[in-house]
Design a protein around this ligand. Structure first.
Ligand SMILES: Cc1ncc(COP(=O)(O)O)c(C=O)c1O
Length: 455
């Protein structure tokens, strides 16, 4: 239908001419605005462009590439946490993670947030102000636990070993005898050093001294054996972005009745949701609301007492990660991680590189490589790997910064083709950065490990 002219109905020719001039000016101002807006969109440094990340192969210490199934699970429609179907997904997630953690602990659920949210929830909930917390430190993530325990006003004592080693049970027991802690907080795998702390005996000795044992298995769960119940671990937390190959943003936790006892004593519920029949504990209130495991127990129970809005897509992701890991089988997954890191290490050694740390205690999913002296700028090797081959490998922290690279073979990434791609790329990049590795030796050595495993 023809649009009526904006000048229609105006009186004299002069009126019409003036109106026409005003209209032209208005249109020009509007066109200017549209033009400027378009220009803004074009000139705004990509703010309005679609996300289009370069494809990468994430072979650092985590995050790593996410299982495609997990990405798909994240795109299914959201539900609220009180939807009966969603509540059932929550229950299923609890059941799946009991298997991943090898535990019968009823209280096995997710903390919304990255792995340190899980650490913070566990420590804030079990450490009351003034409680002595013993933190054996063998890498950066020991320091993190000490820091978190201090922030919740624990009386933190630490023991340390040189980065690249782990503790013997005797060393830990001696520290327990000396400091009489309420809690021992320790890493299983510390990605900063690539070392795996043996835990099988630590739980029993903590029980003997009536100490609660907290373990951070963020970097190791799903790629290395972890036996919550058999090793008498009282409380543990993890993250998705390592061997479980999910996105960072959800932290599975598990804890037993010894911990529940502590939490009952400290239980306080926020006023606006407190049921009239609720019996509160008479112990010191947990210092954090978001990370209060006692309140979260009510949220993850048939009570469904409201707490936070559940990060539904992350729950879908976590549930799918566990399904992928369990469908493969925990033992089969551990073997796959051992094989890939064995092949990678054989390749690196064949190149003439030195591997970092005590070989008896290497994690099965991340490898430390000593940066050879012939390489002038270690960061250039990493940036060439990324720019020329699309492969991310890691650097390290603290005393190891500039001394080692860390190469992850975890979860979805942990497969032969990726090991060979990484070795091929690294050999080429090293050659162009001053370290001449024998051509082809790395891939041959890695293939030999895979061949031996398949015969
Ligand atoms: C052993 C360990 N604990 C804790 C963390 C912290 O995890 P996030 O960065 O997901 O909070 C990491 C991360 O690499 C880790 O390796």
């Amino acid at each position: 239908m023809p649009q009526p002219s904006p000048l229609e109905g105006l009186g004299s020719p002069l009126d019409r001419r003036c109106a026409s001039v005003r209209l032209a000016a208005k249109r020009s101002r509007r066109d200017d605005k549209v033009g400027t807006a378009r220009q803004n969109v074009q000139d705004s440094g990509g703010l309005f462009r679609d996300l289009d990340p370069e494809p990468r192969l994430l072979m650092g210490p985590g995050p790593v590439d996410v299982y495609p199934r997990v990405l798909r699970a994240m795109s299914v429609p959201l539900q609220g946490q009180f939807d009966p179907q969603f509540a059932e997904y929550m229950n299923q997630t609890m059941a799946l993670y009991r298997r991943v953690f090898a535990t019968g602990n009823h209280w096995t659920f997710l903390i919304d947030g990255t792995a340190r949210a899980g650490i913070e929830a566990c420590l804030a909930s079990i450490v009351a102000p003034g409680d002595t917390v013993l933190v054996p430190i063998f890498g950066r993530f020991g320091h993190l636990k000490a820091e978190i325990a201090r922030r919740v006003r624990g009386n933190v004592v630490t023991i340390a070993t040189e980065w690249g080693g782990v503790f013997t049970p005797d060393e830990i027991e001696a520290a327990i005898r000396k400091h009489k802690p309420r809690v021992v907080a320790i890493c299983q795998g510390d990605t900063s050093t690539t070392m795996l702390q043996p835990l099988a005996e630590i739980g029993a000795l903590c029980r003997n001294h009536d100490v609660l044992l907290y373990v951070d298995c963020t970097a190791s769960l799903g790629g290395n054996p972890f036996e919550t119940d058999a090793w008498q671990i009282d409380i543990a937390s993890a993250g998705l972005q390592k061997c479980l190959s999910g996105p960072p943003g959800s932290a599975p936790v598990t804890f037993n009745e010894r911990v529940v006892e502590v939490l009952r004593h400290r239980k306080h519920v926020e006023q606006g949701i407190k049921p009239p029949d609720l019996v509160e504990g008479n112990g010191p209130i947990i210092q954090s609301n978001y990370f209060d495991l006692a309140m979260l127990m009510d949220y993850w129970s048939p009570r469904r007492l409201n707490h936070h809005t559940e990060a539904a897509s992350m729950l879908y992701a976590a549930r799918e990660c566990a399904r992928v890991v369990l469908e493969e089988g925990l033992e089969a997954g551990f073997a796959r991680h051992r094989l890939a890191s064995g092949a990678l290490r054989a390749g690196l050694t064949a190149m003439g590189l030195e591997l970092f740390g005590d070989a008896r205690h290497w994690m099965a999913n991340v490898t430390g490589v000593v940066i050879p002296g012939a390489v002038k700028t270690a960061d250039k090797v990493r940036s060439d790997m990324l720019a020329d081959f699309g492969i991310e490998i890691g650097t390290s922290f603290g005393p190891l910064h500039g001394k080692i690279w860390r190469i992850g073979t975890m979860g979805y990434v942990c497969r032969k083709a990726n090991v060979l791609r990484c070795l091929t790329a690294l050999e080429a990049v090293l050659r162009r950065n001053g370290f001449a590795a024998p051509a082809g030796a790395a891939v041959d050595a890695a293939c030999a490990v895979y061949d031996a495993a398949s015969t």
